[in-house]
Design a protein around this ligand. Structure first.
Ligand code: SAH
Length: 435
């Protein structure tokens, strides 16, 4: 993320610390030695990243003080609870009222929500999700950077443009030095404190793990930063090695919770193996970002309901759900695009199943489907965005789906537009650690 706000350590309990931000308390995991109550730190993705000198922290806090409270006020007014119920479906009102008063939703409720299609009821769903986000998590928004280090891939996923089936695609792999330089520039010049490193799935896992270890160690040796890996199934030993090297997050969608559909779309792969990676990463201590594709050919509404409950069960730190966008070079090139409201309903439904904790991402795929997606998503329960900081010549080749949003946008442009949007919505680009 850009522009983090330093927090003050209020309490330390084992490897957990309570951090104060202008009176708001958040919890984060700490691995730094010698941290004391009263120290100022940057936390990111639920982790303490680094200690900051008190005088520096106080000067940054002074700068933020006024805007922090102004942003909160604006957010509160935009997410006010006085949402009109005029013309809204009655059963929907009773389901969502339950959530407002601290209750829960079950599979039937979520299936019902996903079937809503009249304007007034849709509006009521989104506004309620936004209200719950504000009520429980206030206005903080995670802003991560993503670097696509190579588009080589050994998988044949039916929907994906960088699958090994796409033989016409030029392949690239950054050198270790190049990847480290891109990451450290993002940290030094733009203030990113959380980066995702992504790639296709490697054929030679050992060699790839060595390459990634060198990148992760190179970045961490330069500056403390929250590093999240997204390389697909690199094996359980691979996950262990990269955790040791310093990675603390793992982004891996399970893509669909329907085993049969999963097998049809992923030749020679099983959902069980993918889930084993996700669960083992959590056991190792990684914060897991996961989710599914929306609108896959053959996917039913019930499948999507299961996807929503599966992320919840996986205890994910961040939920990443985005629309499937057909790629010309794939066997699914003729498939239909999902509609924007279905994606928004899923984001809202994720908020409904985990209103107290969920960090919900507005994905680039959603922004590709709908140019207004980022704003709409943030107003329908989401509270996280990712900026693509892969250099343009590589970004064009990381062609998972066509015409990706932001495909030609430089980092400054993305940061400026993101900050402007967040400010217009009363959100602070802070990732304070919520668990
Ligand atoms: N090798 C990594 C990263 C894969 S690409 C892994 O296996 O997790 C990152 C994500 O892009 C995938 O998880 C998939 O959900 C998404 N993706 C791929 N093709 C897509 C498409 N056509 N439309 C939308 N999202 C797509």
């Amino acid at each position: 993320m850009c522009y983090a706000i330093p927090g003050r350590i209020e309490a330390i309990e084992g490897n957990r610390v309570i951090v104060d931000y202008f009176g708001e308390k958040k919890e984060a995991i700490n691995e730094l030695e010698g941290l004391k109550i009263g120290d100022y730190i940057y936390a990111q993705g639920g982790y303490v990243i680094e200690k900051v000198p008190s005088d520096y922290a106080l000067s940054v806090l002074d700068l933020w003080k006024e805007s922090f409270f102004n942003l909160q006020k604006l957010d509160m007014s935009l997410s006010a609870s006085s949402i009109s119920k005029d013309g809204v479906d009655r059963r929907l009102i009773s389901i969502l009222d339950r959530l407002i008063y601290g209750g829960t939703v079950n599979r039937q409720d979520i299936a019902y929500i996903l079937e809503v299609s009249d304007e007034k009821s849709l509006d009521y769903i989104y506004k309620t999700a936004n209200f719950l986000r504000q009520k429980h998590l206030k206005n903080s928004c995670c802003v991560h950077g993503i670097i696509e280090i190579t588009n080589h891939c050994s998988c044949g996923c039916a929907y994906c443009g960088i699958s090994s089936m796409n033989q016409g695609l030029k392949r690239y792999r950054m050198s270790v030095e190049e990847a480290v330089k891109i990451a450290t520039d993002a940290i030094d010049r733009y203030g990113f404190k959380a980066l995702v490193l992504q790639s296709g799935e490697p054929a030679d896992k050992d060699e790839f793990i060595e390459y990634c270890e060198a990148i992760i160690q190179g970045i961490r040796a330069h500056k403390p930063v929250f590093l999240c890996i997204s390389f697909g199934e690199i094996g359980l030993r691979g996950l262990e090695r990269l955790y040791k090297a310093g990675a603390r997050g793992m982004l891996m969608r399970f893509e669909t919770s329907n085993e049969g559909l999963y097998s049809r779309l992923h030749p020679n792969k099983t959902l069980a193996s993918r889930l084993e990676h996700i669960r083992y990463a959590t056991e190792l201590g990684y914060l897991v970002f996961t989710g599914a594709l929306i609108g896959l050919p053959g996917q039913t509404l019930d499948d999507i309901v299961e996807d929503i409950f599966l992320v919840r069960e996986l205890n994910a730190e961040m939920y990443s759900f985005g629309p499937f966008i057909p790629h010309r070079a794939s066997t699914l090139s003729d498939a239909n695009l999902p509609d924007s409201d279905m994606v928004l309903k899923v984001l809202a439904a994720l908020r409904f199943v985990d209103y107290e904790n969920a960090r919900i991402l507005v994905t680039t795929a959603f922004e590709t489907l709908d140019p207004e997606a980022r704003k709409k998503g943030l107003l329908a329960g989401a509270n996280s965005v990712m900026l693509n900081i892969t250099p343009l010549e590589y970004r064009r080749l990381y062609d998972i789906y066509p015409d990706r949003a932001w495909r030609e946008a430089g980092i400054e442009e993305q940061i400026d537009k993101t900050i402007a949007l967040l400010q217009s919505l009363g959100r602070a680009p802070t990732d304070l650690g919520v668990r």
